[in-house]
Design a protein around this ligand. Structure first.
Ligand code: MTE
Ligand code: HPA
Ligand code: MOS
Length: 768
């Protein structure tokens, strides 16, 4: 089934927040933000801005009637700065005017006298100064301290990954419309309608029932709207509530890039030990997470990093410690993979470093140490593993031996172009790591003409979740999908939702839809039994027909629904689902936090231009563990998108804050995202179809985040190509591997370990 949004998307008819027709009298907001990363606000000058044409009012923290607080996990983030600013881009005042243009013009007239304070941008510096968001946490398995002496090879190193701008096409936005009795209806582009509702209610000092948050769809979220959509909702709510007028705020791209947090940069130290047969015996790692100026989701992201310490491998002795470090950057936040990719990069760097020192191919170590069913993760859960199955299928399906020979032959016969090949196995845990968040609800109405409307807590952000929800309903009822329509995601219909995140949206909400539909089917079967004077067990609903002992009857779906209505049987159901089995004990750091893991293996071949430092990805070939995909077209789209986004993080996207904490890469001319020229020339996706039971909806495993991590393979393919040109290249494990860094890796400046070979390469280039 194709995505239900595809037709309106391509015709430009899909509605996003900014397409909602304006209510008469709508006002427009714009934020005045801190121009410095850390400082004390001495004076705020609003008078000139107030005189600007069209300005209605300027809100500051003094106008907040409830709590000036938007921190979700930890209450450490004011909505509007009070006396101190903690990052460049922190909102200080909110101007409301009769037009968008007037509001922004007035913002430019606001002045603030801010006494600067010292700025920290580096997580290791923050750590050294004791600036931690939460106490550090350590996951442990076996006895790593005792294991080192049994190791033949021990290697230490460090690895760094930079942040990443979400660059959803639709920027952050909110539109609050006053209703009667002090109630507000707020349209938002949020992954978490309930968190936005709660934040607005908290800031206004009103109960949650006074605020409805309604979401049509998002033009992308990628985690950037899991927590960070709340501020705009709260600002618009504040203004609309106090002015009694609708208020809308749509950030422009520059505002969005400056004001919002991004993927967390990490700086990590590792130590890895192997026995003489290349079994990894011990692994120790310290993760320094750059959290930014407030907690936001950092503690949860730090936790998911720890859960992915060993990636797809089994290591018997592990110690992993993570530090969430407070710096003066915008609070960093959720981004596809939620801390998992950062851990995987460190693990793969450790393996690559040992392999390079031993002069062997990393894949020998990778393959040897893949986890198996029954192996214990450092957090106590036992693996149900498809790691070997994916790896082996990829090896044979894509003729890896031939690929490898082609790369070798190419490298032997080319001096200025070099190819590299890498394997990237993934293993990603599905469930919110916070057990209580693994719940969802759905509301299903069957109208008496036989058509169906479904509401869930799921937010459509391009990942196709609404199509999947509709498929579940159509399948349980066994009716034409055209009979089913999805509703917007409203806190009035579905309460207390978890964010659409953790790749778990389809599982959680889909199971709730399934339960709701099954309950209605149960009642419909009772009605059919009465109508046909037959036992309920003999009745089946199939292809809009009512079957008795497998034979068609005079009853069809529509007649049955009408009959049920006339008998005053309920045709609506509100169902609740909570993932069974999951639990975790933070005191012992052990438990069973994930419903299941998603596996896969990517083989990447990339080519480096050793004159220019530029590169291209020849192919990414993936065997992916779908379980049994309920929508191969959508799932394939998720994998392609994830791979390209992962490649962007690993290669092109260079987020740059200066020492003063100002974002320098704040436009699309200074921040390069993947385009049509940077996508792999070939993406092959093949399924590892399995028939083992799992907790996924219709056994169709979660697919939103896991493929992002295939992109890490591109870093290592490029690294291998650079090493093919200059084996002594002192290239650090420092992503993104931009063309600039590639060039420095090919021709290291003297004094950084440049060798004769490097000089030979240089002269080779010079002569050719
Ligand atoms: N795909 C699109 N097109 N747009 C998005 O914003 N977000 C990703 C992923 N795929 C995203 C996407 C992230 S971060 C997550 S957690 C999942 O989708 C969320 O949706 P799911 O739980 O339905 O997979
Ligand atoms: N994943 C994604 N988002 C989240 C999580 C998680 O585990 N926990 C809280 N928000
Ligand atoms: Mo996704 S980072 O869990 O929104």
């Amino acid at each position: 089934m194709k995505n239900i949004d595809s037709s309106t998307h391509v015709k430009g008819q899909s509605l996003y927040l900014d397409d909602i027709p304006l209510v008469a009298g709508t006002l427009f907001g714009a934020a005045f933000i801190s121009p410095v990363a850390h400082g004390h606000i001495e004076q705020l000058y609003l008078a000139e801005a107030m005189q600007q044409p069209g300005v209605v009012r300027i809100f500051t923290h003094k106008d907040i009637t409830g709590e000036n607080q938007i921190g979700g996990i930890i209450p450490d983030e004011p909505l509007l700065a009070e006396h101190e600013v903690d990052f460049c881009g922190m909102p200080i005042a909110f101007v409301v005017a009769t037009s968008d243009h007037a509001a922004r013009a007035a913002v430019r007239k606001i002045k603030a006298a801010i006494e600067p304070l010292p700025v920290i941008t580096d997580p290791r510096v923050a750590h050294a100064q004791g600036e931690l968001i939460v106490p550090p946490r350590t996951f442990k398995l076996g006895a790593p301290e005792l294991a080192w002496e049994h190791c033949e090879y021990v290697v230490e190193g460090s690895a760094d990954t930079n942040g990443q701008e979400h660059l959803y096409i639709e920027t952050q936005c909110a539109y609050a419309i006053p209703q009667e009795n002090g109630e507000l209806k707020i349209y938002s582009s949020t992954q978490s309608p309930t968190a936005s509702q709660r934040t607005a209610a908290r800031v206004l000092g009103v109960p949650m029932h006074q605020v409805e948050v309604d979401v049509i769809r998002l033009g992308g979220g990628f985690g950037g709207k899991e927590d960070q959509a709340n501020a705009w909702v709260a600002l618009c709510a504040l203004a609309a509530y106090h002015l009694g007028k609708p208020v809308k705020y749509v950030l422009d791209r520059l505002e969005d890039m400056q004001m919002t947090g991004k993927r967390h940069p990490y700086s990590s130290d590792f130590k890895i030990g192997l026995d003489k047969d290349l079994n990894i015996l011990a692994y120790e790692v310290d993760f320094y997470q750059n959290a930014g100026a407030a907690a936001d989701l950092s503690p949860a992201i730090m936790e998911r990093t720890l859960f992915h310490t060993t990636s797809t491998y089994f290591i018997p002795n592990v110690r992993a410690t993570a530090y969430s470090c407070r710096t003066h950057l915008p609070p960093n936040t959720a981004f596809r993979g939620f801390g998992g990719p950062q851990a995987k990069f460190v693990m793969e760097s450790a393996i690559a470093k040992v392999a390079e020192e031993l002069g062997i191919d990393a894949c020998v170590i990778q393959k040897k140490n893949l986890n198996k069913t029954g192996d214990e993760f450092p957090f106590g859960q036992k693996a149900v593993s498809e790691a070997h199955a994916c790896w082996h299928k990829a090896e044979s399906l894509y003729n890896v031996e031939t690929l490898r020979q082609e790369v070798q032959r190419f490298n032997a016969s080319n001096t200025l172009l070099k190819k590299g090949l890498s394997f990237m196995p993934i293993c990603f845990g599905i469930s919110f790591t916070n057990t209580s968040m693994n719940q969802a609800r759905a509301l299903v109405h069957v109208y008496y003409d036989g058509s169906v409307k479904v509401s869930t807590g799921a937010v459509e952000m391009g990942q196709g979740v609404n199509t999947k929800m509709l498929q579940v309903a159509a399948q349980v009822f066994s009716i034409n999908p055209a009979k089913v329509r999805m509703q917007t995601t409203s806190t009035n219909r579905i309460a207390n939702t978890s964010p659409s995140a953790a790749s778990a949206t389809a599982d959680l909400n889909g199971k709730a839809v399934q339960l709701a539909c099954l309950a209605i089917v149960e009642r419909l079967k009772q009605v059919a039994a009465q109508e046909l004077q037959a036992p309920e067990t003999a009745i089946e609903l199939k292809n809009e027909q009512v079957l008795l002992h497998g034979e068609e009857t005079a009853l069809d779906w529509k007649k049955l629904v009408t009959a049920a209505f006339l008998k005053r049987v309920s045709l609506s159901e509100h169902a609740h689902y909570a993932t069974p089995e999951v639990h975790f004990d933070k005191k012992t750091e052990k438990g069973h936090p994930f419903a299941y893991h998603v596996y896969g293996t990517a083989i990447t071949v990339a080519t480096v231009d050793c004159v220019r430092g530029t590169y291209s990805v020849d192919a990414v070939k993936v065997v992916h563990d779908f379980g049994a995909s309920m929508n191969p077209t959508i799932d394939r789209g998720q994998i392609e998108g994830g791979i390209v986004q992962g490649i962007g993080w690993m290669t092109l996207e260079e987020l740059l804050y200066d020492q003063a904490g100002r974002l320098r890469s704040n436009t699309l001319s200074t921040y390069k995202i993947p385009d049509i020229y940077s996508v792999p020339q070939e993406i092959a996706i093949d399924a590892l179809d399995t028939d083992t039971d799992n907790l996924a909806i219709l056994r169709s495993k979660a697919v939103g985040e896991p493929p992002f991590m295939y992109g890490i393979g591109t870093y290592f393919a490029l690294r291998n190509a650079i090493k093919a040109f200059n084996p002594a290249s002192p290239l650090a494990f420092d992503a993104p591997l931009t063309p600039e860094k590639v060039l420095l890796g090919l021709y290291p400046p003297t004094g950084t370990g440049a060798t004769n070979l490097h000089e030979t390469s240089l002269s080779r280039v010079a002569t050719s």
